[in-house]
Design a protein around this ligand. Structure first.
Ligand SMILES: [Zn+2]
Length: 402
């Protein structure tokens, strides 16, 4: 491979990334935004049209209006139906699947309920079944490029699942197993990392320098996305924000310690606070939120305790990372909706004086956030210029090589 083809490949990926973020642009606008010549962009776009990665946008296609309306030239967009990516969430007694298109929009989703949580081999069999069903559909046949998988536990950067107590997995080389069954690339990621990545990838913000994500439910997962990439740490297990110490004592966390943020802000903590306040013992966060809205003082004080500890965690994270945004999601969302103003107030008051408080927002994702996030990671690996190397064959194997 020559340096020239390497550079063309990088520029091809830059074009695709720009179109993912902007929707539609003319060739002239692409050239201007990427500081490339018109002829270079014409050449790149021809190659991307040939591999069905981009399409010339029809006047009435897509929800978004052309952003460069009035400028000469035909608008280009990602070719939604050109390529697909499969995301899989392996959870407790369930698996969720999301097949996303080139624009990272879900084309098929499915949940399967299981009587027991799947073993690694059973999980692979279920993935193979769903993949085969998709491949039988003419629109998807031969167009599924990669698979992303998530699990609720520690995953090393090389795809080794270290510790997954709730599924009973330990020291599983999942990617080696997957490689025996699939002839397309497979990646595996922690579920909070994937949900966070999917959220930021699908809803690009203007200021996305450093976004932190907290996923609150049975646990408290965390993720940090810096310049569009997950912060993984030395071996891939960074950003376990749920195990940050926020108190002395309290219930023992599954990590073996006490005082972890997770044990003060998860569903079990909410149930404990409700019991201690003498409030109605509701397990469903929506029901608790409704009780608070109806003026129940005991339930409101329980929710305030959760908000207090969550704010301590968010103050620590803000002082450590100086994030532009903190995004909150997960099954505790109905409770989070009630405490957003309190969190914003406490974080602003608690951080180092003079530091700009982050924007604190709720996640836009739904039940399929982990599966879609895993698919987004698989999608991203086709575009990320850091994934490219000059090693022989690296670019030749790329789906969108120029
Ligand atoms: Zn812990």
């Amino acid at each position: 491979m020559t340096n020239q083809s390497f550079i063309r490949n990088i520029n091809g990926r830059r074009v695709l990334t720009l179109l993912r973020k902007e929707g539609r642009l003319s060739r002239a606008e692409i050239a201007r935004r990427l500081s490339l010549t018109r002829s270079a962009v014409t050449y790149l776009v021809e190659a991307l049209l040939a591999v069905e990665a981009v399409a010339e946008a029809q006047a009435d296609a897509g929800a978004a209006a052309p952003r460069d309306a009035g400028r000469p030239g035909v608008a280009l967009s990602l070719n939604s139906a050109g390529h697909y990516f499969l995301g899989v969430e392996i959870g407790v007694q369930l698996m969720r699947f999301a097949l996303v298109d080139m624009a990272v929009a879900p084309a098929r989703t499915k949940t399967i309920e299981l009587s027991r949580s799947p073993s690694p081999k059973q999980a692979i069999r279920h993935i193979a079944t769903f993949l085969a069903a998709c491949e039988r559909e003419p629109g998807f046949h031969g167009r599924i490029r990669a698979i992303g998988v998530t699990v609720p536990g520690l995953v090393r950067s090389d795809g080794f699942v270290l510790h997954l107590p709730i599924l009973g997995w330990r020291d599983v080389n999942f990617l080696a197993l997957a490689a025996e069954h699939f002839d397309i690339p497979v990646s595996i990621e922690n579920n909070a990392n994937a949900a966070a990545f999917g959220e930021v990838y699908r809803y690009p913000k203007q200021s996305d320098d450093l976004i932190l994500f907290l996923k609150l439910g049975n646990g408290c997962g965390g993720a940090a996305i810096i310049d569009g990439r997950l912060l993984r740490g030395t071996s891939g297990v960074a950003t376990e924000f749920g195990h940050m110490r926020v108190a002395e004592g309290g219930p023992r966390c599954h990590c073996g310690q006490t005082g972890c943020l997770e044990t003060h802000v998860n569903l079990a903590a909410l149930a404990r606070y409700l019991a201690e306040a003498g409030a109605k013992p509701e397990a469903d966060p929506s029901a608790v939120a409704k009780t608070v809205q109806q003026g129940d003082a005991a339930a409101a004080s329980a929710v305030d305790r959760l908000a207090h500890y969550l704010a301590i965690g968010m103050v620590n994270l803000t002082n450590l990372f100086n994030p532009s945004d903190i995004v909150l999601g997960g099954t505790l969302r109905p409770i989070l909706e009630l405490i957003m103003d309190a969190l914003r107030r406490e974080v602003s008051a608690g951080i180092v004086s003079g530091v700009k408080p982050p924007a604190i927002t709720l996640s836009q994702s739904d039940l399929f956030e982990c599966a879609i996030g895993a698919a987004a990671i698989a999608h991203h690996e086709q575009f990320d210029t850091t994934a490219l190397s000059l090693a022989a064959g690296a670019v030749e194997r790329s789906t969108f090589r120029q």
